[in-house]
Design a binder for this molecule. Structure first.
Ligand code: TEU
Ligand code: CA
Length: 560
């Protein structure tokens, strides 16, 4: 062990439970399916699994609408199945973290069912209620992420409740001390049960400005609640309290999902001396291809922008705080389709892996990324199941945009691209995921892109990821080395170094183009003549040269 915190040298693998592996033939992935695949994950070499929400839920937003924090979704299995999964994972030295969704619950949660009844019962204050404005209007101008206003009226209370997402996801009121204690109690329950930490959903939104200010027009309507909800006045106080009351008593990994959070604010969340979270998910590199209409657009990113935002976060969180590293998750398109190339699929998947895993921070692999899965080309708009995509399809159709364009942006950006079931093999119906029709369509390319073929091919993306993970476990410079960017304006090649205190250096040269080209290593780095090849995505180069011939999407890491 060369690092004081285990989570700094760990690699996390994100499992989307409903799409991982179905064992009881209902077309929905389950806990026993995850148990079945522990040997696979062990072969890959990951240290931690993050499971998206597995709790009881009406599934309006695929489990991010929880109706009971203490019950599991019966479709995924029983509490004993979960105990069994934890046991087997731990036996294999794999930790498990759960999603913690405490900015909102489902409207079916008993707290909300009680809260909505009257203004003076035990749970009245568990949610955010506001009187109508003077003219009977909405309390303010905030819109919700999945469409419509962020306020919904309840006649019993003659008040509106706040919801940043769907109306079925009412916002919890963190100003209420009883609510906070209820949350901490629930967290202690799961940590005592044996889970190893939490990924905290939209944790940057839990503290609202109590004046609930109108948003100005710099924010898109669907995100206008940021005006009074993101990084609010008490968010750090609440997290420090949570840390004192819960986290400090357990050996956990905590990662906060923090929309609308700058790198400066991220330091406040993750600086160890502040006792809040271990790391946060930053969104800046997710926004470099947003267009005029936001996420659902066909704009392609620029490599120079990617380098700029990744470098900013690497530098800002070098001395204080810690980064989390990701290309994709259940809310984002597939990495290859978005930041690489579907033509050079294997090549670009490997290079994306290399770049991410050579950065400073804790890498997160989203299921299927390790076999280079792509976005899913669905034949009909009705194949999409995700609430966000359906809402956008509706809005764009009303705006009069063509079906062709709507299909294109859904293909480029829908959350369902990441959510298609894991293709374990190439057999028809249904790729080893299930024997019955899955809850969401398979990616139609499962006959070529699947786990079985990746495991059969020594040069697959899978084995490249396996090597990257192993390197992180062996080389302290990958965990601790200081990052430096070279040639910020080069729009084809991403070159950076990592330098450990003992002088060990890594030089990473990664091509983001489909051309073959000659690349002159920057002058200051040529001096250091003792470079050896650590890993080459093409497995061809065996020696360092000042001038490198790079094939499409090739990346090479040198050590010296
Ligand atoms: O996502 C939070 C979030 O900020 C979303 O608006 C996200 O940006 C969007 O999905 C991208 O288009 C989290 C969860 O990861 C997401 O799955 C949930 O739907 C959301 O919270 C509500 O719980
Ligand atoms: Ca099942």
């Amino acid at each position: 062990k060369f690092n004081q915190n285990w989570w700094q040298s760990a690699v996390v693998y994100q499992v989307y439970p409903q799409s991982f592996k179905d064992t009881n033939r209902d077309g929905i992935g389950d806990l026993n399916g995850i148990i079945d695949k522990i040997p696979y994950l062990k072969t890959l070499g990951v240290d931690v699994l993050w499971l998206n929400p597995i709790y009881a839920s009406p599934q309006v937003d695929n489990g991010y609408d929880i109706s009971d924090y203490y019950q599991l979704n019966p479709e995924y299995g029983t509490i004993n199945d979960f105990k069994h999964l934890l046991q087997i994972a731990h036996d294999n030295e794999i930790k498990i973290i759960l999603d913690l969704v405490v900015n909102h619950t489902s409207d079916q949660h008993e707290w909300f069912q009680a809260s909505r009844k009257s203004r003076d019962n035990y749970f009245s204050n568990y949610y955010i209620w506001k009187d109508p404005a003077k003219n009977g209007d909405l309390p303010n101008n905030w819109g919700a992420t999945f469409g419509g206003p962020a306020w919904t009226y309840v006649p019993e209370r003659q008040q509106y409740y706040l919801h940043s997402f769907a109306p079925q996801q009412p916002e919890l009121n963190w100003e209420e001390p009883k609510l906070r204690q209820s949350i901490y109690e629930m967290m202690r329950y799961w940590l005592s049960f044996g889970v190893d930490g939490f990924r905290m959903d939209v944790i940057s939104l839990i503290s609202k400005r109590q004046d609930f200010p109108d948003a100005d027009d710099t924010l898109p309507y669907s995100k206008s609640y940021y005006a009074g909800a993101s990084n609010g006045p008490r968010v750090h106080e609440f997290l420090q309290e949570m840390n004192r009351e819960v986290l400090s008593n357990f050996n956990t990994l905590t990662v906060g999902e923090t929309p609308n959070t700058s790198s400066d604010q991220a330091i406040l969340y993750t600086d160890e001396s502040r006792h809040e979270l271990n790391m946060v998910f930053n969104f800046d590199h997710m926004h470099i291809d947003y267009g005029e209409r936001g996420k659902f657009d066909n704009k392609r990113f620029q490599l120079t922008d990617l380098k700029r935002v990744l470098t900013e976060w690497q530098n800002k969180l070098n001395d204080h705080g810690w980064n989390s590293l990701y290309w994709s998750n259940h809310d984002q398109p597939r990495a290859v389709s978005r930041f690489g190339s579907e033509v050079y699929r294997v090549e670009s998947a490997k290079t994306l892996g290399t770049v991410l895993h050579m950065l400073k921070g804790t890498p997160y692999i989203f299921q299927g990324e390790e076999i280079g899965m792509t976005n899913a080309k669905f034949s009909a708009l009705s194949d999409y199941k995700d609430i966000e995509t359906k809402n956008i399809i509706d809005i764009y159709a009303k705006e009069g945009l063509s079906e062709k364009y709507i299909k294109e942006v859904a293909y480029l950006r829908s959350r369902d691209n990441a959510r298609t079931p894991m293709p374990w093999n190439g057999t028809p119906k249904f790729a080893g995921f299930s024997d019955v029709t899955p809850w969401l369509k398979m990616n139609p390319n499962y006959q070529t892109i699947n786990v079985e073929s990746a495991l059969r091919d020594n040069h697959s993306v899978f084995y490249h990821y396996q090597k990257l993970i192993k390197l992180r476990h062996e080389l302290p410079v990958i965990v601790n080395g200081k990052y430096q960017l070279y040639e910020p304006d080069n729009d084809k090649i991403y070159t950076f170094t990592r330098e450990a205190q003992d002088g060990t250096m890594l030089l990473i040269v990664a091509s983001f183009t489909d051309q073959t080209l000659w690349y002159a290593v920057p002058a200051p780095l040529r001096e250091k003549k003792s470079w050896r090849v650590l890993i080459d995505s093409y497995e061809q180069v065996d020696q360092y040269h000042d001038d490198l011939q790079l094939s499409p999407y090739q990346s090479i890491v040198f050590i010296g």
